[in-house]
Design a protein around this ligand. Structure first.
Ligand SMILES: [Zn+2]
Length: 181
């Protein structure tokens, strides 16, 4: 079955939220009661990560952390525009290796953009388990990589600027189908 033009797809197969889910409250020694801003999909290192839709790469960086200060590792952000509504939104892919696209590049749905990095490596940002962190951001583009968690009162990002990724994609495609029929 071919996808309808402009439709979004999920960034990894299978898409099973086996780590922290979007909106889940996370508490660790360093992250106190923050809300997770994406879905964590645990996957074998090397699992292919693809772009969810047509767009432009606005960030592609190996943001190396340390064992003491964990980080994004390889992070890519793609800007998308809904051709019907003009809504601009961003897809964020974290903890990946073999970054296959550079900043400024035009990308199409399904394009290979990187692979899940092995756990406890710089590319993975020093998290123990290999996983893709995938988020959808609708807030203002601030020319920077935002954190993967929103802490109340911290102000680096707002929870309301983020969407449940899978629900967002499903709703987006549903609207598209309704428009076409
Ligand atoms: Zn995460």
């Amino acid at each position: 079955m071919s996808e309808s033009a402009g439709a979004l797809r999920l960034p990894i197969e299978p898409y099973e939220v086996t780590g922290y889910a979007f909106g889940q409250r996370v508490r660790s020694r360093k992250i106190l009661w923050a809300r997770h801003l994406g879905d964590d999909i645990l996957a074998e290192p090397g699992t292919k990560v693809v772009c969810i839709g047509d767009g432009k790469v606005v960030w592609s960086e190996m943001r190396l952390g340390t064992n003491e200060k964990r980080n994004w590792g390889g992070v890519i952000i793609v800007e998308h525009t809904n051709s019907e509504t003009g809504l601009v939104f961003y897809s964020v892919y974290g903890h990946i290796t073999n970054l296959a696209v550079s900043q400024g590049a035009q990308v199409a749905v399904g394009d290979h953009i990187g692979d899940v990095a092995p756990g406890s490596t710089p590319e993975n940002g020093w998290w123990k388990l290999p996983h893709l962190h995938f988020g959808i951001y609708t807030g203002p583009w601030m020319q920077k990589v935002l954190p993967g968690y929103a802490r109340p009162f911290e102000g680096r990002t707002k929870f309301s600027w983020w969407e449940n990724p899978k629900s967002f994609i499903e709703a987006f495609n549903q609207v598209l189908l309704n428009t076409l029929s």
